[in-house]
Design a protein around this ligand. Structure first.
Ligand code: ZN
Length: 245
């Protein structure tokens, strides 16, 4: 495990180009807001966006990625199935994946979860209070008991995901709903973290607690250096199986 993983931040990068209000919050895109924080934490950061060839996620780009961050919303269907296959393979091989906010409906997250990943939502800019429910987990390092986002889009239960391996955060919303907002999963050798905050019309990826969680999640999800996996026929046993020897 490394404290300075190589991270690639994938952003759909459409809202910021089409909506002046969103561009004012994220002039270089949400990916750059996150990237500048992770660079300050000492990580090697690359970015990739939907409109690049192969969405910027070539074999080479993924091969030099320890953890991939994913933000998408309006163009999930434009992500090619071949790229989704490639990302899934890398996760099963051990690459970390951090899926943010509306990425719950991305092809890659639904593929890895195997469920609809549907939820309730409301956009009125209400307060969100995010409670740490796994205080010993590395993704919660450096946080208080809870932190608040002053204006957020609400996501509410039921969230149709498989039971998380570890639940790190639960959100309460001013309107009364609750949501499992920080969920850890393992698939193959890979680790996946879903983190809810991040609607594009609010400056959420400028908030220190949110950026701290993303940095913690990138480090947690990065490959942990375990043995190479071998599958298939194994004709030679490690011990002699001959009776009476
Ligand atoms: Zn949203």
């Amino acid at each position: 495990m490394t404290n300075t993983p190589r991270v690639t931040i994938w952003n759909e990068f459409r809202h910021e180009k089409r909506n002046a209000k969103i561009a004012a919050i994220y002039p270089d895109g949400m990916h750059e807001a996150i990237a500048s924080h992770l660079r300050a934490e000492g990580m090697t950061v690359a970015t990739a966006t939907l409109d690049e060839p192969e969405h910027g996620l070539t074999e080479e780009a993924l091969g030099r990625t320890d953890t991939l961050i994913w933000w998408g919303h309006t163009a999930h269907d434009e992500v090619s199935d071949g790229v989704v296959d490639r990302v899934q393979s890398r996760v099963l091989e051990g690459m970390g994946l951090v899926v943010l906010h509306s990425g719950h409906f991305s092809k890659i997250f639904k593929r890895l979860m195997g469920t609809s990943c549907d939820l309730k939502w409301r956009e009125v800019g209400e307060k969100e209070r995010i409670w740490v429910v796994a205080p010993g987990h590395p993704i919660a390092a450096g946080l208080g008991e809870y932190f608040e986002i002053p204006a957020a889009e609400m996501y509410g239960e039921y969230f149709d995901i498989p039971e998380p391996d570890t639940l790190v955060f639960v959100s309460w919303f001013q309107g009364g709903e609750v949501f499992r907002s920080g969920c850890c999963f393992h698939r193959g050798r890979g680790k996946i973290f879903y983190f809810r905050p991040g609607h594009e019309t609010y400056p959420i990826y400028h908030q220190p607690e949110v950026l701290k969680v993303i940095g913690n999640a990138v480090r947690w999800a990065a490959p942990s250096g375990g043995p190479e996996v071998k599958f298939g026929h194994r004709p030679e046993p490690l011990e002699s199986l001959r009776v009476g020897e």
